[in-house]
Design a protein around this ligand. Structure first.
Ligand code: SF4
Length: 407
């Protein structure tokens, strides 16, 4: 049997966010400190040199998801368990993401509440097409990322540490984020623009408060999380859009400095835990637009996650270290969508290309148009209590029972 297969386990439809009994204390483990033999600092380092942030540095906080790492040459090393890099950090060292550091034998986050983005956006822009359509999400991000994709569209914040950029940022508390989100009339908070796992402590504290305020939590993620990180956030996470960059190891290694297997495993684990999933793939000419590879990706999605999993195929725009690569031609997007549909996927969308095709959701069973959109706005809603008016098949997604206000 295909080890990726969840056949028979994934629900045909997914119409409701999972109910969670919320006990914030039960999901937050204690920070862990590395062992210094005899509590002696390693040569060249005084423990007090790299302690907690001062009052003037409220963004420097003890991190979660760290464990002592036994390095005979560097006592006081810690391993970060937030993402699949599992960086082993000697005292003073910063992880690949640029925002988590071993300070005196403790793992610290350097960006707690230090936002570089905070704004309300249509949830369709993230993109989520089957999660509370026509609602808004309050998007937040810090700097830093565990990937260094050569084509990153947000490189000024994700790669700030590599490029020597100091993005404009400001400090907020989780309560303030939720207050601002509620005041702006959104239905959810999206942790986005960079990989949210790298600021998981702030995300988690905000997620607890968001749920208490009646908001949903969404991750826009590269999926490079550890099982430990997933189980930490899963009880509070309602949906994730996973950036599926390719379905092979060579692309992840060459272009992103990462590996495919952890992404594959995370996606399957999130589905198993009942988190609503949509996938996005940026099609880059000559890199991941091969017809056979696209077919293999579509088949994998259908088998591992179910044919009603939405897949957004989006147009690449030249950026960062791939400024010389041409944007994705329209014919490539059309062909890719055709391949995905032929492979059995029911909800395939072409993004960032209004010239190519409209973003319409059709019934997975009979093909009836159900939701029409233009420029991230819902323009037509034909669902009746979340079902196709013709064949009564329930559309997969979250919050589809009630018609939103149509723009
Ligand atoms: S989150 Fe950062 S420090 Fe932690 S393992 Fe990933 S890249 Fe390394």
């Amino acid at each position: 049997m295909d080890p990726d297969s969840n056949h028979g386990q994934h629900p045909e439809t997914f119409t409701k966010a999972p109910e969670v009994e919320l006990d914030p204390l039960s999901v937050v483990p204690e920070p862990v400190r590395a062992h210094f033999p005899g509590e002696e600092p390693p040569p060249g380092l005084r423990l007090e040199d790299l302690g907690p942030g001062t009052e003037a540095e409220p963004h420097i906080r003890q991190a979660l998801l760290g464990e002592p790492f036994d390095d005979p040459l560097a006592p006081g090393s810690v391993r970060c368990l937030a993402c699949a890099h599992r960086c082993a950090l000697r005292p003073g060292r910063i992880g690949i993401c640029g925002v988590r550091q071993n300070r005196g034998g403790w793992l610290y986050t350097l960006v707690y509440g230090q936002l570089v983005v905070a704004r309300a956006e249509p949830v369709e822009k993230k993109p989520f097409f089957h999660f509370l359509p026509a609602s808004y999400a309050y998007s937040v991000a810090t700097q830093g990322c565990n990937f260094h994709c050569a084509y990153c569209q947000n490189w000024q914040i994700s790669q700030a540490h590599r490029e020597g950029i100091v993005p404009e940022s400001w400090h907020v508390s989780p309560d303030q984020v939720v207050e601002q989100a509620v005041a702006s009339g959104v239905r959810s908070i999206a942790y986005t623009y960079v990989e949210p796992t790298v600021f998981v402590e702030f995300a988690l504290d905000t997620m607890v408060r968001a749920r208490a305020a009646g908001l949903h939590n969404l991750f826009v993620t590269n999926g490079y999380m550890t099982p430990e990180a997933i189980s930490l956030v899963a009880p509070l996470l309602d949906g994730a859009n996973v950036d599926l960059k390719a379905a092979n190891d060579s692309f992840y290694r060459r272009v992103c400095g990462a590996r495919w297997d952890p992404v594959r495993e995370s996606v399957i684990e999130m589905r198993r835990l009942g988190i609503w999933l949509e996938l996005t793939t940026l099609l880059i000419p000559g890199l991941n637009d091969d017809r056979r590879e696209l077919r293999a990706m579509a088949e994998w999605i259908g088998t591992a996650l179910g044919p009603e999993t939405p897949w957004h195929l989006t147009r690449f725009q030249p950026a960062y270290r791939m400024a010389e690569v041409q944007e994705t031609p329209s014919r490539t997007l059309v062909e890719a969508a055709k391949i995905a549909r032929e492979a059995g996927l029911r909800h395939v969308y072409v993004g960032n290309a209004p010239d190519v095709e409209s973003a319409t959701t059709n019934c997975a069973r009979c093909g009836e148009p159900l939701i029409s959109r233009r420029d991230f706005a819902v323009t037509e809603w034909r669902l009746v209590e979340g079902r196709c008016p013709r064949c009564k098949h329930a559309l997969a997604g979250v919050g589809l029972e009630d018609s939103p206000v149509v723009v």
